[in-house]
Design a protein around this ligand. Sequence first.
Ligand SMILES: *[C@@H]1O[C@H](CO)[C@@H](O)[C@H](O)[C@H]1NC(C)=O
Length: 230
Amino acid sequence: MGLSPKHSPRTPTYLFPCVIALSFFSLTGLLLYKVDDVVSRTGTVVGHNLEPTPWHVFPTKPFDEETRQSRAYKIIQCSYLTCRNAVSGGSGRLGYAAGDAKAKAPTCPDFFKAIRRDLEPWMKTRISEGHLAEAQKYAAFRVVIVGGKMFVDWYYACVQSRAMFTVWGLLQLLRKYPGLVPDVDLMFDCMDKPSINKTEHNSKPLPLFRYCTTKEHFDIPFPDWSFWGW
Ligand SMILES: *[C@@H]1O[C@H](CO)[C@@H](O)[C@H](O)[C@H]1NC(C)=O
């Protein structure tokens, strides 16, 4: 008894391309779904490296097809390539903006006194790569600004929405003062309790930004903008 003619077309050679095609379509579908999901849920910064942090997940917003596509394009471009128009509205950039600021603000505002006091421990020694490498051991994240573009490296989760609003605040700073924010490399911790004890770190003060500090600590105070994000 051989196979009936009815069954002969259903040979493995026929089946194999079907399976391949089916898997290809499923994978493409899954990929599109994932991109869509990221696009609709992402508030500010993109990347799977954000997942362990308890970032505020924005409620899914309905986007029409065109904005959805342009958003996806922008996210992919900003994640893996360079952002075009990273600093929008900064047509003059360095030149006129810097001149403007000088003309309008010949003296620093009064609160600069507090900034000088907070950074005083590094006035003579300056801040070296070694300082940063040590401070990194206490940091939750690192912010690097180069040429008006910001990069963030996450070391551990921040409570509530602190990480997002701190990063968001810096992004707004870049947007508001295009060309005026110098290149900088900052170590940041987002818990309240200061950790760089002046007695213990007397020989090498570590530059670590944090929302709180005391006279007995080197921790550099920084505004907690997440108060406006609750
Ligand atoms: C700083 O460290 C010293 C020495 O370990 C300790 O005696 C002091 O209480 C610490 N200060 C604070 C504010 O924790």
